[in-house]
Design a protein around this ligand. Structure first.
Ligand SMILES: Nc1ncnc2c1ncn2[C@@H]1O[C@H](COP(=O)(O)OP(=O)(O)O)[C@@H](O)[C@H]1O
Ligand SMILES: [Mg+2]
Length: 236
């Protein structure tokens, strides 16, 4: 089966479950309206709403996947710190009750990246850090230089990930069991898209995690330009 066929078959499977449930509960309501008490009517409508939301989310993510796959990346020299600063306000607002810290490495050389795709990657990682950690916890984003690489860490103090699940994380539609996955919206496409985008830009993604302590995702991008590389070793 080609990647496209496999994708279509997974997507249809993912859509069938909510659609079947929306149809079933609507039919029951229509056919037995007089026999169902108000409380149960409300319960059924609530299920229809939840399943519709699930579908909307799925469709949005599929659009993101096809956008992410569409077109070659447009590579320019990107100021990573500036790029991160641009998207941070979204998460300061969205995760009001978390503490968000950004440790910028001041002399970070520019990296050859597609800025839009890089922002999409950071959005996915910071959103996960917020989703899979409790309110009041800290999300720390740090940029750094390590030999001839730029590193970007997104660290949370959340539920953590078991080592044996590390491989599963990046597969499409895979969500892990934890008490926050059931409470949060998601369909397991985020990290699949993220890894794809990072590798397309010659980067690497890795993680370290301790269960119930937290997770750090690390991105690594090569420093191509020797002049850029020198800048971070010069004294200001
Ligand atoms: N920072 C994190 N801490 C703990 N678990 C995480 C984190 N990021 C991702 N995960 C786990 O990996 C799964 C896949 O992540 P992702 O592909 O972004 O999908 P989604 O967020 O839509 O569930 C999540 O369902 C969650 O179980
Ligand atoms: Mg996600």
């Amino acid at each position: 089966m080609s990647i496209e066929d496999e994708f279509i078959s997974t997507v249809s499977h993912e859509m069938r479950t909510p659609l079947t449930s929306i149809r079933g509960f609507s039919q029951t309501l229509l056919n037995s309206w007089d026999k169902i008490d108000d409380e149960n009517k409300k319960k059924f409508i609530k299920i229809i709403e939840e399943q519709s939301n699930r579908l909307i989310n799925l469709v949005e993510n599929i659009l993101t996947v096809s956008k992410a796959n569409a077109g070659k990346p447009v590579m320019t020299m990107v100021d990573i710190n500036a790029s991160i600063r641009k998207i941070l306000p979204i998460f300061v607002e969205k995760y009001k009750n978390h503490k968000i810290v950004f440790n910028e490495y001041k002399k970070l050389p520019k990296a050859r990246l597609d800025d839009d795709k890089f922002q999409q990657v950071m959005t996915n990682l910071i959103d996960n850090a917020g989703k899979y950690s409790a309110e009041g916890k800290t999300i720390t984003i740090s940029t750094n230089v390590q030999n001839d690489f730029i590193t970007i860490d997104v660290a949370d103090e959340g539920v953590g990930i078991k080592r044996e699940d590390f491989g599963k994380l990046f597969q499409k539609f895979s969500r892990l069991e934890n008490h926050l996955t059931s409470k949060t919206q998601g369909n397991g496409l985020g990290l699949y898209i993220t890894k794809h985008l990072v590798e397309e830009m010659s980067g690497e993604i890795s993680l370290e995690s301790v269960e119930n302590k937290g997770t750090t995702f690390r991105l690594k991008f090569p420093i191509y330009n020797p002049e850029e590389a020198l800048k971070c070793f010069q004294k200001s």
